[in-house]
Ligand binder design. Structure first.
Ligand code: 5GP
Ligand code: ZN
Length: 118
């Protein structure tokens, strides 16, 4: 999708360290971490909201989530993590390409996720 920062990261137009990549998703560090570990798992397919997903998207997102479970230890999330997907205005979604925040590496006492808790 033209103008989408995450599409540009996925296709290499914007250079970024990809911690993990397969045919369905990339995992990168969030540029503004809210905890000791803060990753973004970004499906390669561009869509903004769960409500826009096709059947095929749901199969692919399920595979991505399962993969995240397999990778958690190697990402330093062996003691657990929080999984956040911001959707729409009330959640203050800022990048309109669906992505999953993986937050951890410390005890999480985050009430307002948008505050700086690092
Ligand atoms: P949202 O608020 O849409 O759920 O999350 C967007 C996230 O993307 C924010 O946590 C923000 O810090 C992160 N972000 C925005 N631009 C970039 C970027 O260019 N590179 C990386 N690695 N993260 C970004
Ligand atoms: Zn996109």
């Amino acid at each position: 999708m033209e103008g989408c920062i995450f599409c540009k990261i996925i296709n290499g137009e914007i250079p970024s360290e990809k911690i993990y990549e397969d045919d369905l998703m990339i995992i990168i560090n969030d540029i503004a971490p809210k905890a000791k570990k803060h990753y973004l798992a970004i499906p390669k397919k561009h869509y903004k909201l769960f409500s826009e997903m096709t059947e095929q998207d749901s199969v692919e997102l399920g595979k991505c989530i399962r993969k995240i479970g397999e990778l958690a230890d190697s990402l330093g999330l062996e003691n657990g993590f929080r999984f956040i997907v911001n959707q729409g205005d009330d959640a203050e979604q800022t990048v309109f390409h669906l992505h999953m925040h993986l937050v951890g590496g410390q005890k999480l006492r985050i009430l307002d996720y948008k505050q700086d808790n690092a």
